[in-house]
Design a binder for this molecule. Sequence first.
Ligand code: FMN
Length: 130
Amino acid sequence: MEKVVQFLKDAEVYYLATADGDQPRVRPFGTAHVFEGKLYIQTGKVKDVSKQIHANPKVEICAFKNGDWLRVAGELVEDERREARVSMLEAYPSLQAMYSADDGNTEVFYFKNATATFSSFTKAPETVQF
Ligand SMILES: Cc1cc2nc3c(=O)[nH]c(=O)nc-3n(C[C@H](O)[C@H](O)[C@H](O)COP(=O)(O)O)c2cc1C
């Protein structure tokens, strides 16, 4: 899982796909943080992406770096604990201009039942589950 997080951080941007009914939606994301051994991402409850995750927590993310790409498919679970939000905001100080742990908007999700696949045109795929 550390390798997954490192890849996402090195890539700087990944694309998060959600389901909006039968319509896929995708957008750039950047947050990737390990808290208590789990991979967390952050968003705001006001966003459509948040509403889509709550309606259907199955998501997939994709990132690309130096000819390799990573996909992570899994379910997102909201962690409603304040300390989880604080940990994320401390890891991304730039978010603190827009978000705070008690603003009623900030939310963090961790991956469960995740399958990460590293791929490239030159190597066999490598799969990690967490
Ligand atoms: C490089 C980059 C990284 C981003 N990272 C995040 C993020 O981690 N969390 C987030 O909520 N929005 C992030 N955004 C903003 C979302 O892409 C944007 O709010 C998007 O419109 C949300 O999707 P939605 O419109 O379907 O709700 C990022 C945008 C960019 C350009």
